[in-house]
Every structure is written in C-alpha cells, then in structure tokens.
Design a protein. Sequence first.
Length: 242
Amino acid sequence: MTSRAKRVIMYRNGDQHFQAKNIVCDPKVMTDLDHFLDFIAPKFQPYGSLERLYEIDGRRVKSIDQLQDGGKYVVAKKEKFRPVPYDSIVNLAEQERMAKQQVKARELAGINAHKPPALPPVRRKKKFTKAKGKVGQTLKGMNPRSVWLLRNGDPEQKAYKMVFNGRNAMNWDQVCQRVSNKLDTTSPCRSIWTITGQQIHNIPDMEGGKTYVAVSRQGFRQLGYKPVQPPEKRRPDQKARR
C-alpha cells in the first residue's frame, strides 16, 4: 500500500440532492476499508452506518487499495448500488477549491483578480427521513422509555441514561446515532442488545428502567454486565424521622 494520501469525492447512494463530499484518505491512518467507512460515516449522517463502497458506474470497491486519487465513489449501507447521475451533482467544495486556484494563477500572471468567480446558485431540496418499520408511529402516544446503556466489551464502565420517544426514535438509524453520540463510542453503534445477549429488533420491546448494551460492527461480547439498580425512593415518614 502506498503511503501517499488520496483525495476522493464521495456521494451518497441514490441521493442526487446530497452535496458531494471531498474526503482525504491517509493510508497511514486508514488501515482497511471498514476502518475508512467508520471514520467517514459522520459526514453522511443521518444516513446511518456505512457498509459498502461503489464506483459511480456501480462496480463494488472491496479494498482501500482500489481508491484512486481524484476518483469518485458512492457510499452505501448494506444495500445495492442505485444508479443516478452522480457526475451532475454539484460539489461546492471542489468549485471553491478550483476558484481559489484560478485566482492564484491570475495573481501570478500579474492580473488583478480580487473577486473570485461567482459560484452558480444551488437549489436545495428538503430531505425527508423515511421511518423504517414505523417505529416512531408505534411509540407515538405511549410514555417515553427511559433505559440505561453500556458500551459493548466494557462491564466496569459508567452506564448512561437515555430517554426514547416517538420523536427521537423514528428508526434504528436515528436511535443508533443518538446512542453513539451519547456513549462516545469509537465505532458507530449498529444494534442494541440485552445484558444477557438477546438482540432488540423493535424499539417498543425495550423496557423502561432496564439496562442494555450498544453493539458496533464487532458483535456482542458477553462479559457479565450488571443491571443498573436505581436508588430507592424514601417515604415521607422516613424523612420526617430524620
């Protein structure tokens, strides 16, 4: 593997309204393709965890060595390639970089070019998040679920309390994103498990006050997690005695 960094342009699978991203891949830091996808995932939120990488013609990229400097690629979850005119998607960052290069070239040639070339207007369309499995609708009208979350593989860590409801738990991508941010995990959360090793498939199945484990790509690790015991509420007569 060459040690030279590569600058590539990334698109989101099937979304021609998502602005292209300039990404720098440093092979000294990105050791493999899975590591690279986990690293760039926050730039494509709230899309969710990234599983696959394609060339814009649909060919699958299976190794980080296949990336070409200046190449164009499409990131995707665990799904097939969706052909859209990726080449026509406006890349504001690339246009600004080229405009700065043109200004610098004119200055070197002795031409007064104080004003950079005007960028074409970009029409942005509203993005709507499609709920998977209608989880949010299932939670709508129900009491919020307050649960405790632990990081996978660390039984001695501090548990974090989180509250899920119909507005912040519309789908699993949204739930995993909030859990990753709350627990500050090194890899994005991809699923929720009980402390005894059963995976939770539906948000309504999570019981209030229970303790769960946030699991990433590596899979659940059974290390004897302990449930959080909430403090007992004192009775009014006990306070009066004191």
